[in-house]
Design a protein around this ligand. Structure first.
Ligand SMILES: [Zn+2]
Length: 453
């Protein structure tokens, strides 16, 4: 037995990895896991946390989050978003570049990390934007700390315009040289623009008009194209927020061909459909890509459970209630918060027997860490890695209420939904940052992934 005194032991838990569950304990020293095993095998510790027989999992990693700063602090700040994430059991987020200014230069990457660092409660990475005019800036952005890159196809946001296919191909070839993953909002810009013009000209402005604009073929075509570009350039790609069952055979085919392609889906595509529009508040359900008709969620869930879709993310995208509750769908801001509710929603599926807790750890912790080059430092319980750990209470029942969420923009389409299972304690690099729904650490504990250890 190691007799050296360590900082902390989490005792009397059930350790969960993708391979299974075992009763045991975790010893932590200097922010790292130093041992896992039986309670009796743990070294003496300055502090012992009794897990009380609850499950001990790696912290969740959400690779698709819009924190809104700089530029949109009225919707969300680094302080509010990372508090919401910590309470929700998320210990690492990757932040999207559609801020103002957009994260499109090495300087903007450095400025965002400087803005985030004093506010963050959990660790974070920053995405760099890919545009027609910044291909020469991609390598400097990576050197400045961009953890990954975001490619917008089908966006109408003037801050992050969609590059043409020639620029997309060249940017991917460039990124393949130094190696980062490119996360793609995969929709066909031409189809979206054409349909929007026609639908608006017909005077339609309801949620169904939004769905009709974002036709299945728009995303299926873009997934197909990006898989082909990845195959030709060798650039690793990640399909963001998969919403459509018709993309699944294309994802399977790309993986069979050996394309370095991963994919995510989000709780709203798994647990909501257009049939829920009324219950979800109508227009506030607006999100891009859209929540589609009933019939997509089942195959998407099966694909996530089987690993064809690698991981669960949230596309966390808060807006103020006034921005979400507009009469016209075209003026209704797309997106809603996700980091605080995702684990609860997925654990509810565990409680129902649809997936196992090891399945959840694979899709929420290990798979995102592997895809984005963070494994095993993040997303595992292996000795030597960051002690990012969540205690889960599978018997904690609750009801999701927007008013209880810690995001500034707290309109949620899951309002009123009953959940079973939740994070009750979150540790980042060995420090308890959230406990029983409250923040218990100082802002600024979170670190940029690029920061030297
Ligand atoms: Zn997004």
């Amino acid at each position: 037995m190691n007799a050296r005194l360590v900082d902390l032991v989490i005792a009397n838990g059930i350790l969960v990895t993708p391979d299974g569950m075992t009763p045991g304990a975790v010893a932590i020293d200097g922010g790292r896991i130093v041992a896992t095993g039986s309670d009796a095998a743990m070294p003496p510790a300055r502090r012992v946390i009794d897990a009380g027989g609850r499950h001990v999992i790696p912290g969740a990693i959400d690779v698709h989050v819009h924190i809104r700063e700089p530029g949109f602090s009225h919707k969300e700040t680094w302080a509010s978003a990372t508090a919401a994430a910590a309470i929700g059991g998320v210990t690492t987020v990757l932040d999207m570049p559609n801020t103002n200014p957009p994260t499109a230069t090495a300087q903007a990457v450095a400025q965002k990390i400087a803005l985030a660092s004093p506010q963050a409660l959990i660790d974070f990475g920053v995405y760099g934007y890919i545009g027609e005019d910044n291909i020469a800036e991609l390598a400097p952005m990576a050197r400045a700390g961009a953890a990954a890159f975001k490619l917008y196809l089908g966006s109408d946001n003037p801050l992050v315009p969609c590059p043409n296919d020639g620029a997309v191909f060249d940017a991917m070839a460039e990124i393949a040289r130094f190696g980062r993953r490119v996360t793609v909002h995969a929709e066909n810009t031409g189809i979206l623009r054409w349909r929007e013009a026609q639908i608006r000209a017909a005077g339609r402005d309801d949620l169904q008009a939004h769905l009709d604009q974002h036709a299945d073929i728009a995303t299926v075509e873009a997934v197909s194209r990006i898989a082909l570009f990845s195959e030709w350039t060798g650039c690793p790609v990640h399909i963001a927020h998969e919403s459509c069952r018709h993309s699944l055979p294309l994802i399977a085919d790309a993986k069979r061909r050996g394309v370095d392609l991963t994919a995510e889906t989000c709780p709203h595509y798994l647990f909501l459909s257009m049939d829920d529009a009324q219950r979800a508040g109508g227009n506030p359900l607006r999100v891009k890509p859209p929540v589609r008709e009933a019939g997509h969620a089942g195959p998407l869930f099966e694909a996530l459970a089987s690993g064809l879709i690698d991981m669960i993310s949230t596309d966390h995208a808060p807006h103020l209630p006034d921005e979400k509750r507009q009469a016209s769908i075209w003026r209704t801001a797309p997106g809603f918060p996700g980091v605080e509710t995702s684990m609860r929603l997925m654990l509810t599926q565990v409680a129902a027997g649809a997936i196992t807790l090891p399945d959840y750890v694979r899709m929420a912790c290990e798979a995102p860490a592997r895809a984005f080059g963070l494994y095993p430092r993040k997303g595992s319980l292996l000795p030597g890695t960051d002690a990012d750990i969540v205690l889960v209470d599978m018997n904690a029942a609750g009801i999701i209420r927007g008013a209880d969420l810690h995001s500034i923009g707290n309109v949620t389409p899951f309002e009123g939904m009953a959940t079973m299972g939740m994070a009750v304690m979150t540790l980042v690099r060995g420090r308890v940052v959230a406990e029983a729904g409250r923040i218990v650490a100082d802002h600024g504990w979170g670190r940029a992934l690029s920061a030297p250890a």
